[in-house]
Design a protein around this ligand. Structure first.
Ligand code: ZN
Length: 187
């Protein structure tokens, strides 16, 4: 029947896996249906990138890595430094990030306003990156005042990257000027 609502008794394996992770974090069972962000599958064709700012290995989808490399090189020719802070993250990693914050005594509601729940982070796709630049602390709103951010605003779209969480975004996520996602087929 076209346009029928999704059946409640048909729980897909992906949902089941996410429900277990969410339950462990005290996230309400209906979060999967009420979250305003799209569900993201884990990438299946990851390749190694350069090490990130913290010298950790990172992975991306090949297309995203190629686009990132080209963009970074183009920025460098204009004396703009941009580097990787974070790339692919699987569901378990996202769970662990949130579990750590819970252990620090923060509430799940507060955490979910700045960290996507497992299943809803664009980093699962292997196409999202957190970008840093010289002279700016990692993952802070002040990134928007850097030359790197200005350069990205003017040029990232040419490499297929867009900023996913601008101010007052419809996903109800905090503003993240450092978070950019590659989508194939973009200009
Ligand atoms: Zn991010």
């Amino acid at each position: 029947m076209a346009g029928a609502p999704p059946s409640l008794n048909k729980i897909e394996p992906l949902h089941e896996k996410l429900l277990v992770l969410h339950q462990a974090l005290g996230i309400a069972p209906d979060y999967l249906d009420t979250c305003k962000m799209p569900l993201c599958s884990e990438a299946n064709r990851l390749i190694d990138t350069e090490l990130d700012y913290y010298q950790r290995p990172q992975r991306l989808m090949p297309e995203a890595f190629q686009a990132w490399s080209a963009m970074k090189q183009a920025a460098a020719t204009q004396q703009i430094s941009i580097f990787l802070i974070s790339a692919f993250r699987d569901y378990q990693y996202q769970h662990d990030v949130i579990a750590r914050k819970l252990a620090e005594g923060r509430s799940i509601t507060e955490i979910l306003s700045v960290n996507a729940a497992p299943g809803f982070s664009e980093h699962h796709t292997g196409c999202a990156i957190d970008i840093g630049t010289e002279g700016c602390e990692a993952l802070v709103e002040n990134f928007e005042n850097t030359k790197a951010f200005q350069w990205l605003t003017e040029n990232a779209a040419n490499y297929g990257f867009r900023m996913t969480y601008p101010r007052n975004n419809s996903y109800e996520m905090a503003y993240e000027p450092w978070h950019w996602c590659f989508a194939e087929g973009q200009p």
